[in-house]
Write a protein that binds this ligand. Structure first.
Ligand SMILES: [Fe+2]
Length: 194
């Protein structure tokens, strides 16, 4: 898959994520590289185009945290809007908009209508993106979903909206991770399931 001007999908995603995160949010930059690497390990589950989409979306999923493009303050939405403005394919924008159960957080932030511009494709690719994000630490290392959710709750603290969101989203997040890990086991990649 190529972007406008014939740019390779991964190079485009890497360049955008690097520009958005490397200097301003170095820990996020390391995290997204870890998520993209993990997503890449699951690529054999998918067609070559789906695999490219998955890895590009993984690299781009948190660009909405970049201070330069904060608009609503809700990173999946801000990231998707920014990527749309760059001419990024609709599918990638939608995967970023809906990554890791974003619709639940949108509800808490009263941004459901804004997020509904994009559709959650609800596929194995989308599950794998959620899996990669929810099994990669903030420092880019592999982890399991229970530890990842616990770390988020601890990092944000008991009164933060993100903690409320992650607690509400837990069952859907775990289900997407479990579906992906089952697919990995069936494909002989059980070592990636933690
Ligand atoms: Fe993330």
């Amino acid at each position: 898959m190529t972007w406008k001007g014939g740019v390779n999908a991964f190079d485009f995603a890497y360049g955008v994520a690097e520009r958005c995160l490397r200097n301003s949010l170095p820990r996020r930059w390391v995290h997204v590289q870890g998520v993209a690497k993990r997503a890449g390990l699951s690529r054999s589950l998918f067609s070559s185009e789906d695999g490219e989409v998955l890895v590009a979306a993984a690299m781009l999923h948190d660009v909405g945290y970049s201070p330069g493009l904060v608009n609503s303050g809700f990173h999946p939405l801000d990231g998707a809007l920014y990527l749309q403005s760059l001419g990024c394919p609709e599918r990638i924008c939608a995967l970023v908009a809906h990554h890791s159960c974003a619709y639940k957080e949108a509800k808490l932030r009263q941004l459901t209508t804004e997020l509904a511009v994009w559709e959650d494709e609800d596929t194995d690719v989308r599950d794998a993106l959620w899996w990669a994000d929810m099994t990669t630490t903030p420092d880019g290392y592999p982890t399991n979903v229970a530890s990842r959710i616990r770390e988020i709750q601890e990092r944000y603290g008991p009164t933060d909206l993100v903690t409320a969101f992650i607690s509400e989203a837990k069952s859907e997040l775990v289900a997407a991770v479990e579906r992906t890990e089952e697919r990995l086991r069936v494909a002989g990649l059980g070592h990636l399931a933690k």
